[in-house]
Design a protein. Structure first.
Lengths: 465, 465
């Protein structure tokens, strides 16, 4: 894996009889160098826009024979450099594999990796169903990337991660063989769970060319509220208590005061600039009112200052603003950018502690840092902002990330809740999983991808040779 | 793996300084030869009752050096020969590792593999919590075996399988190294999912010595009903529709008319000897009544003959009877036994078809066969009864199993929903998963257990050499 860009002779691609297309021009290749993260783009040697499983198989088989790195990609909305082709070679774009074939009677849908999350939900809404994990970038994120990174978002607190909704995968192995992982049923005890091994493996073991996803009913009733608190600790403690008592909101988002300021500036919302919870309760029956009363009482116990119920159109506006948290951060100051996009998860009882840790460390390092998070999951996104050309800013952001991730792991948590390991979290793998577990992961990688062609430089730390 | 019993020199065990004990006497060894399945017992060469993670590590390290097979075991209630030491060697009993350490604020509990399912739920009930998959043999099944087989039962339709509730595992690898798999949080995108690879691997990759399990709230409200139908197809169609409309009962059990007869004979229940659904609706608020009304209307649409609500004590009696389905089958006729314990799952829309398939094939083969099942999951247990000494009976039972399993797989289903592959389902692995997937499973097995000591003869079909 000592590859550098330009090393790889990808001419074999031109000889393949593909349904899709191969691109060698520099302008096209440059478009495939980066993702939505702060990680440096790298221009690949070639790009394939695959249009079928057969395309993916042919491209991989040829690359495997020649030892050419392949970086699979769908929406390109990753936040940890997951689809950056750091070793050059081929970027394998699967966006054209975008079929949608619903089986509403079995509450499931067969989809290609190139289907956009929001589009999928529009397509299955006619059956009263939806693919439920929620994702902030649902207008661009595609199913392939969501599976590769075990992505989730707003609604995971009630409905779970992407992986919780995957029944079956069609996967092309590095040598081009096509296999099936899992079955189109709700449970099985048959054999090793290859499906959940592929989920979250970030294209380092193979390429998903079709998935059968479980769908859930669109809730009949929704109630929404916007709740403000005097301090971040009060807001985060309220979340911790709500979850502890077994209530599962459809969504429960934490937004710190600096984030509310950014959102107001970006979207003109005029929200009180206080630590805030955005809440949605889902239910299929009238009992939902009891849940709302319970949640309001817990918030009151945690010194809430204001409880404002929102109707559906108000709530749509607020959710759109929450979705815009990252663009709002980018717009904060000319030349400034999010320098790191944090993504830790801690046990729910520790949520107030991790929120406080971010705040304390950011103060110590004197770096402006905003926090939002899928609080019901214990998931916190912290975003240090600064000038990417300013070495002191970058150093402070990296140190903040390092200290917060280590604190989260020490609390029993994880370095990444939904963005994946990609490039930026590899250095925490040993600390989080232990060297023994990481060694087993590497053994699995070596067994399935012996030539190491699949998305090199991601997930697993470099092996000492 | 050409081992036969008695081949293995297990004397090294006597030299280990264990917290637990080693047993070499024949009478003790014989107690560890079988499980609750119809599979032939095999007496191991030695038995270790491990009392700590360190014990498990020392036993495995020594066995690995010497190439001695090790069959891990907890409750021994498996129904597919999963814990039968077919290659002899050591049975590693983990029942003495039975600590229970709850963290109610994080809705979780750390447990040893030797904790009995019902005992665990008694211990955590004080917090208003429970470990939810439900299992018919909850009075004997232990957490270790439930994880090894991804077991489930009555309540999986609402709460999921064992694997859905496992957050973290401590696992001893075949060479004795202790690793951690997963984190004590509700979601993560960090690295390969080793946890769900271990779940359901039936002790063929390592031994679980501790698990952190997610707990759920004990439902505040329950409603139960017993519903009878004129035909099996009506009952199973009702289930299919209830699930399709998005209602998730706490439990929904299908019991065919012959099974009701057996249960009446065994437990003196006096139920109408008709195809029956046992229903439990769970909820945390008053809206549960709407669900009850909806379910009743679906049953009415499917020609139900009787809807009888049951209070808690009546329902306890009925559930106990349902739990006794297997003993009731055993008691049916002197000298007769269940010859196969079927465990297929199909897509829910196909549930009426698989019920009909069993009935038709059993008629053709002229073998008495009873059916019960966790119908909401699409899971059906079919049990051909006969004299195990009667070759015609045994041949008919095996043919029934073969034909029903193949039909289920052809419907997109699985050969085993909750009992595991064990010995009896290995022959269906290629058909269910495809040869390519099974080869990847074998590669993983070879990478993690290169000497092939862990529970040989289970899960994966024999490799042609």
């Amino acid at each position: 894996m000592a590859d550098t860009v330009g090393d790889h002779d990808c001419e074999y691609l031109a000889t393949l009889d593909l349904d899709g297309t191969v691109e060698f021009t520099e302008s096209r290749r440059e478009q495939y160098g980066g993702d939505a993260s702060p990680h440096e783009p790298v221009t690949p040697d070639a790009v394939v826009e695959a249009a079928s499983t057969a395309d993916v198989s042919a491209v991989l088989a040829g690359a495997n024979e020649r030892g050419i790195p392949v970086t699979p990609r769908s929406g390109g909305s990753g936040l940890e450099g997951n689809a950056v082709p750091v070793a050059g070679g081929i970027v394998l774009d699967t966006t054209r594999i975008d079929h949608v074939d619903a089986q509403p009677d079995d509450l499931q849908v067969r989809v290609g990796p190139g289907v956009v999350y929001d589009d999928l939900n529009e397509r299955v809404a006619q059956y009263g169903l939806r693919f439920a994990p929620g994702i902030s970038s649902g207008d661009v994120a595609m199913v392939g990337g969501m599976i590769a990174n075990n992505a989730s978002g707003f609604n995971a607190v009630r409905y779970g991660e992407t992986g919780d909704h995957v029944r079956r995968l069609e996967v092309v192995l590095p040598d081009g063989e096509v296999i099936e992982c899992g079955q189109e049923v709700v449970k099985s005890s048959s054999g090793y769970n290859l499906r959940d091994l592929i989920v979250g493996s970030e294209g380092t073991l193979g390429v998903v060319t079709e998935a059968t996803l479980e769908l859930v009913g669109i809730p009949e009733h929704k109630r929404a509220a916007l709740v403000t608190f005097p301090t971040e600790r009060d807001a985060s403690s309220a979340v911790s208590e709500i979850i502890r008592f077994g209530v599962r909101p459809g969504a429960i988002e934490f937004v710190d005061a600096p984030s509310v300021e950014l959102l107001n500036a970006y979207s003109g919302l005029g929200l009180p600039e206080k630590p805030t919870l955005l809440l949605e309760l889902h239910g299929n029956n009238s009992g939902i009112e009891e849940d709302v009363e319970f949640v309001e009482s817990v918030c009151a116990d945690n010194r809430m200052e204001r409880w404002e119920t929102a109707d559906e159109s108000e709530m749509d506006e607020i959710w759109q603003a929450r979705r815009d948290a990252l663009p709002a951060a980018r717009a904060y100051r000319e030349g400034w950018e999010p320098l790191v996009i944090g993504d830790v998860v801690v046990p729910i009882s520790k949520y107030p502690d991790i929120v406080e840790t971010v705040s304390r460390v950011a103060d110590e390092l004197d770096i402006l840092t905003t926090c939002v998070g899928h609080a019901g999951d214990g998931n916190l996104h912290f975003t240090p902002l600064g000038d990417p050309q300013n070495e002191a800013h970058v150093a402070a952001a990296n140190e903040l990330n390092e200290r917060v991730v280590k604190a989260a792991i020490d609390m029993g948590g994880t370095a990444t809740g939904e963005h994946g390991v990609g490039i930026g979290k590899r250095k925490f793998m040993d600390r989080e999983h232990g060297a023994g577990s990481v060694r087993v992961m590497q053994q699995i990688k070596d067994a399935i991808d012996p030539n190491g062609i699949m998305n090199p430089g991601k997930v697993l730390p470099d092996v000492e040779s």
